[in-house]
Design a protein. Structure first.
Length: 559
């Protein structure tokens, strides 16, 4: 059996572990695995056990993939199916679903969708994507696999849905007689991101009360630095070793630690290795040390169900740890977990899926996908995001006999193209109403948990808004001070301009006076000139000369 797995992303995390583990088991059973991925970020030596890895597909979220990219993705997937003689297509989230479902239907091979979590069912955010999602999961997939039973309720009753447990590969396990089972050092493995922050902070603050002397933290994330500061503030920084991302975290924990703190795949892998697990809550908090009751409650939901109650005090968890150290065997589930979550069991499910679907897939038509994609090739809007393309929406409506797309809300997940015909729609809707009523409580609880999460996010946003308000207030005060300074300068300039005008008037008066004085000086000079001429005439007059001669002879007597 040749399996083509299609995924939007491949980097590091639970999805990638799922792909690697299932691929390893497929190869071990004599099958072949080919991986098509949009955003490939290789960390370590993954992707593993693939005969071929084809990357750089579009598969873009937020309506970003163009019409040209969408058609190209379908063509490339069809080429892979033909080249490797693919027997079945296994689709992982998210926007990889839409090109992959078209390629599988065009090439007439069985196709299954794996819903890994709530995001796998609620990622559609546009009318077009929501319509494509309903066409895919309601009509065109041969099987939907969910890793948590709770998510079966997100699909229509007619959709073939089965639980596909998160597969765990065979590996090293801890013996029941290991001295480390009595150790006081534990491992915490998790992404250090916002959705895990509250639970991790709670564990860190409880360390002294739980008697945990050391904590090995395996993981990276945006909140690593804030967690380090949190540990410092609570006086437990010296108890914690930060190891970052390690693919070999479980092997290291088996050599160092008594047990593991985590949720989801981390919890499953640790339980399979015969280690005790303190289960963290999906929406924060600590669910407690996994015992028979908590195992039964969590096993069908990937040890990550939102409805699991959390502990109110460190004393309760400390009491559970005391019971564990008194009798560790009650909290070790290695054999049970390896059998329940074995990768070979998952492969057997895929083999049954193929056997039950191959004849139907080969015999039925492509459901309109072939003509739909061919019509898109000649559409004029090749560089337009396909979810916004009028040609795409028009062809989708006509090829699949759909009414106008419904509003893209996450509560519209129960709308199917099968009911486009008004009579059948009304009939089927009556039956679905009873299902919706029965599922109301479960959905309401999920919505309440989501609302709680959104509320916690809003609190953080409110704090940021308050900080921005303070900054804006300070800036407004500075602006006001600058405005006052500018006003003072304007007043000063107005005063200076008045003084300048007065000085100009004075200068004009002085210039006028200088002009009159110049005229007076000219008249005096003219008078002096005339006087000079008169004196010269006088000196030439004979009576004057006569008088001066007499005067010169007569000398005044001196006494």
């Amino acid at each position: 059996m040749n399996i083509l797995q299609v995924s939007e992303n491949y980097s590091a995390g639970g999805l990638e572990k799922f792909i690697d583990t299932i691929s390893e088991a497929l190869v071990a059973c004599g099958h072949r695995s080919i991986l098509a991925v949009g955003n490939l970020k290789v960390r370590g030596d993954g992707p593993k056990f693939q005969e071929k890895v084809a990357d750089d597909f579009g598969f873009k979220a937020n309506a970003a993939e163009t019409l040209r990219q969408y058609v190209s993705d379908i063509d490339r997937l069809c080429a892979l199916i033909e080249e490797f003689d693919i027997d079945a297509v296994l689709i992982h989230p998210y926007f990889s679903l839409f090109p992959a479902i078209a390629a599988a239907r065009i090439m007439k091979v069985p196709v299954a969708y794996v819903a890994h979590g709530i995001g796998s069912c609620t990622f559609t955010t546009t009318e077009t994507h929501n319509t494509l999602f309903r066409i895919a999961v309601d009509s065109d997939v041969d099987k939907v696999f969910v890793t948590q039973s709770v998510f079966k309720s997100f699909f229509l009753s007619e959709t073939p849905v089965s639980l596909l447990r998160n597969p765990v590969a065979e590996g090293k396990t801890r013996s029941f007689g290991s001295a480390l089972l009595q150790g006081r050092r534990w491992a915490l493995c998790s992404r250090l991101d916002g959705d895990k922050l509250q639970a991790i902070e709670q564990i860190v603050s409880w360390l002294p009360l739980l008697g945990i002397e050391g904590l090995d933290v395996f993981g990276i994330g945006a909140h690593e630095e804030s967690l380090r500061q949190f540990a410092e503030a609570h006086g437990v920084a010296e108890r914690i070793a930060w190891h970052g991302f390690r693919e070999s975290w479980l092997e290291e924990a088996l050599e160092l630690d008594a047990g593991v703190i985590g949720l989801g795949r981390v919890a499953i892998e640790a339980l399979a290795a015969n280690m005790p697990v303190i289960l963290l809550g999906v929406n924060g908090g600590i669910c407690g040390l996994v015992d028979d009751d908590l195992y039964d409650l969590s096993a069908d939901n990937n040890f990550g169900m939102a409805d699991i109650p959390t502990l109110n005090s460190a004393q309760t968890l400390a009491g559970q740890l005391d019971d564990y150290y008194a009798d560790p065997s009650r909290y070790l589930f290695g054999d049970r977990t390896r059998e329940l979550f074995s990768a070979s069991r998952a492969v057997a499910q895929l083999e049954v899926f193929y056997e039950n679907s191959v004849l139907t897939a080969q015999s039925r038509s492509d459901s309109g996908w072939g003509g739909f994609v061919n019509a898109l090739r000649i559409a004029p809007e090749q560089e337009t995001p396909y979810a916004l393309s009028l040609a795409f929406v028009y062809l989708l409506k006509n090829e699949f006999s759909l009414s106008l797309p419904f509003p893209a809300t996450r509560n519209s997940l129960f709308i199917s193209k099968r009911w486009a015909d008004s009579v059948n729609f009304a009939r089927e809707l009556e039956g679905q109403l009873s299902i919706l009523i029965a599922q109301h409580d479960d959905l309401l609880q999920i919505m309440e948990h989501q609302a709680s999460y959104v509320e916690s996010c809003n609190e953080g946003i409110d704090a940021r808004i308050r900080n921005l308000d303070i900054i804006c207030y300070q800036q407004s005060k500075r602006i006001k001070a600058l405005e006052e300074t500018v006003a003072q300068y304007r007043t000063l300039l107005d005063g200076q301009s008045g003084q300048i005008e007065r000085n100009k008037a004075r200068i004009a008066r002085v210039a006028s006076l200088a002009k009159r004085n110049k005229a007076r000086i000219a008249r005096v000079a003219s008078l002096a000139k005339r006087n000079k001429k008169a004196v010269a005439l006088l000196k030439g007059w004979w009576p004057y000369r006569f008088w001066m001669g007499i005067r010169a002879r007569i000398k005044p007597s001196r006494h």
